[in-house]
Write a protein that binds this ligand. Structure first.
Ligand SMILES: Cc1cc2nc3c(=O)[nH]c(=O)nc-3n(C[C@H](O)[C@H](O)[C@H](O)COP(=O)(O)OP(=O)(O)OC[C@H]3O[C@@H](n4cnc5c(N)ncnc54)[C@H](O)[C@@H]3O)c2cc1C
Length: 416
């Protein structure tokens, strides 16, 4: 594989987008011995992946996602062993907390299911919750799960950097500040990608363009059904009640997550009235930095847990960031081959868990691409599973999945 500054080059796999999904897929393809080129419009990890909270969650809504989440935790912890470069992972575990009768029921169900699917999850005693979280004053009536497997990566760019270094170590080429502008199709199959600087011939092209995945698929005349939706978080100034060793806390009824960060507290959440934002309707120069942030939304979410976690609601804001999630109509990833267009693959539909699921999604996709056989369960994530959907239905379902991130069962919107 030769890469001059301009002109034609060849690869076996071209990945579009150097976020968590794209870099992980590229790395795993390189580890499988493939000649890989990643093409990134901005800089690696500069969009959703570099803005993530860095949280990994072992309790998931179904068996496949539980397996992918736990495999990802295992791969993150053991990163140096398989990727060949170090990665710092904080392993404090997490509490999943419910303060309403409805959410207590939900967590009881999740406890039983998650244990059946292999996750290490337990009911937390009142004493364990009261003594285990310095920044959260338990009222005493909560029902809580203790999830010892849960981890986080303090700064999301650490995972991006790990993937990048590992990609280069294993021979993948990563081109930055170079947008894919065309995906030629010949005889019903893609033949590579085009940028302003060069054409890259390849039998396999992976669309891992995040919130731009639909735009990129359309370059090949294909359709990828994901709805980009804003997500934001804040980090408070350092506060004495936040012990850096404290676990993660997720308060299911408020749809709020908390964790120690930079000496303060990270506060994020999934609001009931989320904001859809389609880059196809924005200026060509639109990036995550242009996503309109709204501190009021985060403050309103933090107010819901003000009694238990006062620093979340009243701490001075040291950082406020956001970006776009790619929501799919059923809340599951869109990962696999695009039907009807040989050679085009998709890694998208992050549904708010793309950062933390990227190690296992990249591994599974690379296995599928290089062996031709779908790893167990992965056909359930095939990007063509929605058929044709009217735009308003896609967005309505995506927004529902966003607003129900912590309680995905019950009350799903009409499937039409
Ligand atoms: C505030 C916030 C907090 C979050 N917290 C978590 C969390 O705790 N845990 C978790 O698992 N997930 C979290 N997420 C979600 C997570 O960030 C995403 O699921 C994940 O980053 C998706 O990765 P990606 O590779 O699909 O997208 P991205 O990281 O956006 O990467 C896509 C890349 O494609 C590039 N691209 C687009 N068009 C082109 C083109 N034409 N040519 C070349 N390149 C192109 C873009 O520039 C971009 O870099 C959070 C997201 C946000 C915004």
């Amino acid at each position: 594989m030769g890469l001059g500054h301009t002109g034609l080059v060849d690869a076996e796999v071209v990945v579009i987008g150097a976020g968590a999904f794209g870099l992980s897929t590229a790395l795993h393809c390189a580890l499988a011995g493939r000649a890989v080129v990643v093409v990134e419009r901005e800089t690696a990890g500069s969009q959703a992946s570099g803005r993530a909270a860095g949280l990994f969650k072992s309790v998931q809504a179904d068996e496949l996602r539980t397996r992918l989440a736990r495999r990802s935790i295992e791969k993150a912890i053991g990163f140096a062993g398989w990727a060949g470069v170090p990665l710092e992972v904080t392993r404090p575990g997490s509490f999943l907390i419910a303060r309403t009768a409805e959410h207590r029921e939900l967590l009881r169900r999740e406890l039983a299911e998650s244990r059946r699917w292999g996750a290490d999850v337990h009911e937390a005693s009142r004493a364990q919750l009261a003594g285990g979280l310095g920044y959260y004053r338990a009222a005493g009536a909560e029902f809580a799960l203790w999830c010892p497997e849960d981890v986080y990566i303090e700064e999301p760019v650490w995972l991006v950097r790990g993937y990048l270094d590992a990609c280069r170590l294993h021979g993948a080429v990563v081109l930055e500040n170079e947008a894919v502008t065309g995906i030629p199709v010949t005889g019903g199959r893609v033949s590579g990608v085009e940028t302003a600087l060069r054409s890259i011939a390849a039998p396999v092209v992976v669309d891992a363009a995040g919130a731009w995945a639909r735009m990129v698929a359309e370059l090949a005349g294909a359709s990828v059904l994901v709805a980009p939706v804003r997500h934001q978080l804040l980090i408070t100034a350092p506060a004495p009640e936040v012990n850096p060793a404290d676990p993660i806390a997720r308060i299911a009824d408020a749809a709020v997550y908390l964790r120690p960060a930079r000496g303060g507290l990270m506060v994020g959440g999934f609001e009931a009235g989320p904001l859809p934002l389609d880059p196809r309707e924005q200026a060509a120069s639109f990036t995550a930095a242009d996503v309109p942030l709204d501190l009021g939304v985060l403050r309103a979410m933090a107010d819901q847990v003000a009694a238990e976690a006062p620093v979340a609601a009243s701490g001075a804001v040291a950082d406020h960031r956001g970006g776009l999630l790619t929501m799919s109509p059923d809340g599951r990833f869109a990962a696999g081959p695009v039907p009807g267009l040989a050679g085009l693959w998709v890694a998208s539909g992050c549904n708010g868990s793309g950062f933390s699921s990227s190690p296992a999604i990249g591994e599974a996709l690379a296995e599928w691409i290089t062996s031709g056989a779908a790893p167990p369960g992965m056909t359930a994530l095939a990007p063509g599973r929605f058929g044709r959907l009217p735009e308003d239905v896609l967005i309505r379902r995506g927004l529902w999945e966003y607003a129900h991130f912590y309680d995905p069962v019950g009350g799903a919107p009409a499937r039409s």
